[in-house]
Design a protein around this ligand. Structure first.
Ligand code: URA
Length: 268
């Protein structure tokens, strides 16, 4: 294959990739780190030795990808959601709307991709999150990470992760209604900017917030719900799963429903 044919093939592959990954509402495409490395390894057009450049090695098949991986290529212009989310995070960090601002170490805004197809919404930061400023980094966070990476076989950086509350309730007590009401505009703004295709509500506080239904978690899970036109699947909070491992089977069924909805491959 000469260099021109090689470039034609590469361009055809990239066009297929772009078409598969673009979405009417999204201005960037998702690239796994492997795909990004592969594209970067493609030699640019050369005026010297045009025939002998070796073809780049194909990447090893990796996990399925979803949403924006560490590298995202602009498709049809810049997307300002990253800046809008950064601005929202800045406002949250200065928030004094409820008493939690007096006891927090720092606010905990989000983790993951602003272009994620899937958003996980939890309850509130715990001690580890309050210390590190990132949601779901403690024991429950490790379980959520395992669900994402080992169960769904996607990268944690490809999903969007946030909480109903942005500050830790002292002693990890339940969020109070007035705290939820104060924080509500922030979560709504996050979801409006990210526009995920699917939201996974982790635990009853997120489930009730997102569905607007004051029902026990057992009644909220098991079917598709809706938040502002976005499909919502409710599942158990990872902290609950740590205390009740027998519920993991049902949680995995919930996650598989989400994977089917997102057309992610389900293995074994
Ligand atoms: N539990 C949550 O609901 N959110 C976190 O970020 C951590 C633990």
């Amino acid at each position: 294959m000469d260099r021109n044919e090689l470039y034609r093939d590469i361009i055809a592959d990239v066009r297929t990739l772009l078409k598969a990954r673009t979405h009417p509402r999204r201005r960037t495409i998702a690239l796994s780190p492997e795909a990004a490395a592969w594209l970067q390894a493609i030699p640019g057009p050369s005026t010297v030795d045009t025939a002998s450049a070796p073809a780049p090695a194909a990447p090893e098949p990796g996990p399925a990808t979803l949403g924006k991986a560490p590298t995202a290529a602009p498709v049809d212009g810049p997307d300002d959601r990253e800046a809008a989310l950064a601005e929202a995070a800045r406002r949250v960090s200065a928030c004094t709307k409820c008493a939690l601002c007096e006891t927090r170490t720092q606010t905990v805004f989000s983790d993951g991709s602003p272009w994620a197809r899937l958003a996980f919404v939890g309850e509130a930061p715990g001690a580890d999150e309050d210390r590190q400023g990132t949601p779901f980094v403690g024991r429950a966070g490790q379980l959520l990470t395992d669900i994402i990476t080992k169960g769904m076989r996607i990268h944690r950086s490809e999903v969007y992760i946030c909480n109903v509350l942005k500050c830790r309730p002292p002693g990890n007590r339940d969020p109070q209604p007035e705290e939820i009401a104060s924080c509500e505009p922030y979560l709504r703004e996050q979801l409006r900017l990210v526009q995920p295709e699917v939201i996974c509500a982790l635990g009853s506080f997120a489930a009730r917030f997102l569905t607007g239904l004051d029902l026990p978690l057992g009644r909220l899970r098991g079917s598709w719900r809706e938040y502002e036109g976005i499909p919502v699947r409710v599942t158990y909070h990872p902290s609950y799963l740590l205390r009740n491992p027998s519920a993991k089977k049902q949680a995995w069924e919930d996650i598989q429903e989400i994977m089917r909805r997102l057309q992610l491959p389900i293995q074994g």
